[in-house]
Design a protein around this ligand. Structure first.
Ligand code: SF4
Length: 325
């Protein structure tokens, strides 16, 4: 399976922790719809390979997102899309959209909450972002699409958690709590990142799902073992690593260009990429054994992974600039 994020669409929000807008490159540029269909034609021809495709950023912001889901779900060598993470944009703009989504095989939507309405809109940097979530969730439910919520926690919204849980409970929907690890443009809100000392402020019912990293048994989330690829607007293909703040498309992550090569040729180049090799050269558990210090505990192992890997490579005199958020 080859996973590819097609950067074919942007996002109306500019969430304060979003990794998309960080790093050295401005990643709002997208490629046109006719190019999107051409790309799908090409992938479809590799009948013995399975592709998992995403439109990029906020999929419902793309003017033809329903046609995209429909085509993907009808094509045997594309993995079926049935659950979509979304901020609700496209669904809130048109009352018929949720029903169309259901018709093309979407069964579940996942929304993300950053607080109650004023706090959510502030964090998403768009007035009306919260109202869109609620409208979209209502329309999805009415169309027979399951709705669930991610609650993203930081120092500025932890006191609002009971109200967020009550809202979800009233709707009879499910949620998963996450502690925000600011990446990308999140360097501006590092002061909002929950610290281990804040753990006691979390409501009891979510504590078990927001446990700090166990330094004696640090687990990697697996993105290094099965990285996916990003197709940039110039049709450059990059490998994509979600390791806290490291993701961006730069010279070091470039593997080739789809204009003159096939996706299979390009994807096969991953193992030979020197930066990918550095990322996988040592496991997070081995790094923890050497570098973990009391007080290093964080909510996210990937932050520690990046920090320790940077230490490890620096000691060996190897460049680490590609690890900078
Ligand atoms: S809605 Fe998602 S893609 Fe858009 S800015 Fe927020 S986190 Fe980033």
């Amino acid at each position: 399976m080859i996973g590819i994020s097609l950067r074919a669409t942007d996002c109306p929000n500019v969430c304060r922790h979003c990794w998309i807008y960080g790093g050295s490159t401005h990643q709002r540029e997208t490629f046109p719809t006719d190019v999107l269909w051409e790309v799908l034609d090409r992938f479809e021809k590799h009948k013995n390979e399975c592709f998992s495709l995403g439109l990029g950023n906020e999929s419902t912001y793309h003017p033809h997102f329903i046609e995209f889901y429909e085509r993907v779900n009808k094509t045997p060598n594309f993995e079926r899309i049935w659950v979509i993470p979304t901020n609700g944009w496209g669904i809130a703009r048109d009352p018929d959209v949720a029903l169309r989504m259901k018709e093309v095989g979407i069964e579940s939507l996942r929304f993300t909450l950053y607080g109650q309405e004023p706090r959510h809109d502030w964090f998403a940097c768009r007035k009306g972002a919260y109202a869109d979530l609620i409208t979209a969730a209502d329309r999805a439910k009415a169309a027979g699409i399951r709705v669930s919520w991610n609650i993203k926690l930081d120092k500025g919204n932890v006191h609002e958690v009971p109200a967020m849980l009550a809202m979800i409970d009233r709707r009879d929907e499910k949620y998963t709590p996450f502690v925000i690890e600011p990446t990308g443009r999140g360097s501006e809100i590092q002061h909002l990142a929950l610290e281990i000392s804040d753990f006691d402020r979390l409501p009891e019912e979510i504590k078990k799902e927001c446990k700090p990293t166990d330094l004696s048994n640090v687990k990697c989330q697996g993105c290094l073992q099965s990285p996916c690829f990003v197709l940039a607007p110039d049709l450059d293909v990059h490998f994509s690593i979600m390791m806290s703040g490291t993701f961006r498309t730069s010279a070091w992550s470039r593997l080739g260009n789809l204009k003159n090569e096939s996706i299979l040729e390009i994807a096969a180049r991953l193992e030979g990429n020197e930066f990918y090799q550095l990322l996988i050269s040592i496991s997070v558990q081995e790094l923890a054994e050497v570098y973990a210090q009391p007080g290093d505990e964080r909510f996210h192992a990937c932050y520690l992974h990046r920090k320790w890997l940077e230490q490890h490579l620096s000691e060996k005199g190897i460049r680490t600039d590609f690890l900078k958020p």
